[in-house]
Design a protein around this ligand. Structure first.
Ligand SMILES: *Cc1c(COP(=O)(O)O)cnc(C)c1O
Ligand code: SF4
Length: 434
């Protein structure tokens, strides 16, 4: 069945039929206020097929897409409320909004670092942090079919221009790859690269394939489109063309890895998503899945085991469980490292080895992706055992290290080295690199 996308933002979300009956006027005002700071956008698939409107505000998909009052601190909320109520002029409102956004510390984890250059020209749409994989932010995918309230990429959507990663020239990407024979993977990211037309996507892909970059093995696409708009692969007018592009990539011998963002088992239950998954798999692409663990959305053992099991049943491969980044509404979503690991461990025990391809809980921090292997006791001391899944220096990868156990810690910065050590083993090298 054909479905046309209807987009709702702050301007028109009052028109969503379910909003009028399920959300009080006060709550709608709170959405307006918080939505001025955090990105807000939903569509008719999310509102008609995913959100359970009988369970507002607790519904996890509602929490995932609709701004909630508690996502801002009391002070920020009050500042924003005053600005909007007292009819400040547009410019003043903008200044207040941007101040709050900066205080929420949007550009974390050294995301603005690792910007490479060719012959002195900065490639602002390229990020090369780990040897094998080059991240590419196509300028035409700086948006998504809907926005997640936890999104750490929001500076890109809200127009703080100097924070945008964007690059027009995919030829430059291909040239960069050729000059870095150690890189085997290109990861298309955004926003969501699947908001692009098939035609645009082809323009980005063509300079890379046909053996134009001999070291290229894998093309990855990081996308939330299966969860937010599965009709992208079913009935959009260029759906078939897009799938033909996937086939073309696979037929030329590349591994096409669709990195699907799913945050809750509900997102895997509609007919639309099931059909979309099977159409993507029929091109020869593989689908791997990833999600952060977040309070109010998916903090629960059964939610995770159910999610992994459903993914396996639909032919997908569970890949990463992340810890929510220290940005935006992190306090609202934060799950301590201790609890994240306990949930991971219990959920992992509930699924068979087939679903144990998932790695986590993992923090994408400045020095690398750090996995919490667990809580253990060494010589009478309770410690976190950690390791790099990916290290800034690839030699750090896979080396276990220890931190003092701390039930409050939510991020790498909160941890102290165990056994009275002054620094973690990688810190000296990090400081020299910066
Ligand atoms: C996660 C990530 C990658 C890919 O890492 P894999 O472990 O190979 O999936 C590449 N670059 C950055 C910056 C990342 O955060
Ligand atoms: S899909 Fe990804 S990039 Fe888009 S809003 Fe959600 S977290 Fe952000």
């Amino acid at each position: 069945m054909q479905k046309n996308i209807k987009i709702y933002t702050l301007k028109n979300f009052h028109n969503i039929p379910q909003v009028q009956s399920a959300i009080s006027e006060t709550e709608q005002k709170a959405i307006q206020i918080v939505g001025n700071v955090l990105p807000f956008k939903v569509n008719n698939y999310v509102t008609d097929e995913l959100i359970d409107w009988n369970n507002i505000p607790e519904d996890p998909i509602f929490q995932l897409t609709f701004p909630q009052r508690e996502m801002l601190s009391e002070t920020h909320f009050a500042d924003m409320e005053r600005a909007l109520c007292e009819d400040f002029d547009k410019k003043e409102i903008r200044i207040i909004t941007n101040n709050i956004r900066y205080e929420l510390n949007p550009n974390t984890a050294g995301q603005h670092k690792n910007v490479p250059s060719i012959d002195g020209m900065k490639l602002t749409g390229v990020q090369h942090k780990y040897r094998e994989t080059v991240l590419f932010f196509p300028s035409s995918s700086q948006t998504c079919h809907a926005y997640c309230t936890f999104c750490f990429r929001w500076p890109q959507f809200v127009g703080i221009d100097e924070l945008k990663y964007a690059m027009k020239e995919s030829e430059l990407l291909a040239e960069y790859m050729r000059r870095h024979p150690e890189a085997t993977d290109v990861l298309f990211t955004g926003g969501d690269p699947m908001v692009m037309s098939a035609n645009k996507f082809e323009k980005y892909i063509d300079p890379l394939i046909n053996n134009k970059v001999p070291n290229l093995r894998t093309i990855r696409i990081g996308s939330k489109s299966l969860a937010y708009w599965p009709y992208r692969f079913l009935t959009d007018k260029d759906s078939d063309d897009l799938l033909r592009m996937f086939e073309k990539i696979v037929n030329q011998g590349y591994h096409l890895a669709f990195m699907a963002h799913f945050n809750h088992p509900r997102e895997m239950e509609t007919n639309a998503v099931k059909n979309a998954i099977s159409r993507i798999l029929s091109t020869g692409a593989k689908i791997r899945t990833q999600s952060p663990i977040m309070n109010h959305i998916n903090k629960g053992v059964d939610i995770w085991s159910d999610m992994w099991q459903k993914q396996v049943n639909l032919g997908m491969i569970p890949y990463y469980m992340f810890v929510a980044r220290d940005t935006g509404a992190q306090k609202y979503f934060a799950v301590s490292l201790d609890e994240a690991w306990r949930i991971y461990q219990k959920a992992y025990q509930q699924v068979s080895g087939i679903a144990r391809t998932v790695k986590g809980p993992s923090m994408s921090a400045d020095p690398g992706k750090v996995q919490v292997l667990g809580v253990s006791e060494v010589a009478g001391k309770k410690v976190f055992v950690l390791r790099f899944i990916q290290g800034r220096n690839s030699d750090w990868t896979c080396r276990p290290f220890f931190a003092e156990h701390d039930t409050e810690a939510v991020w790498l910065d909160d941890l102290k080295p165990a056994f009275g050590e002054k620094d973690f083993f990688y810190e000296k090298e990090m400081q020299q690199a910066n």
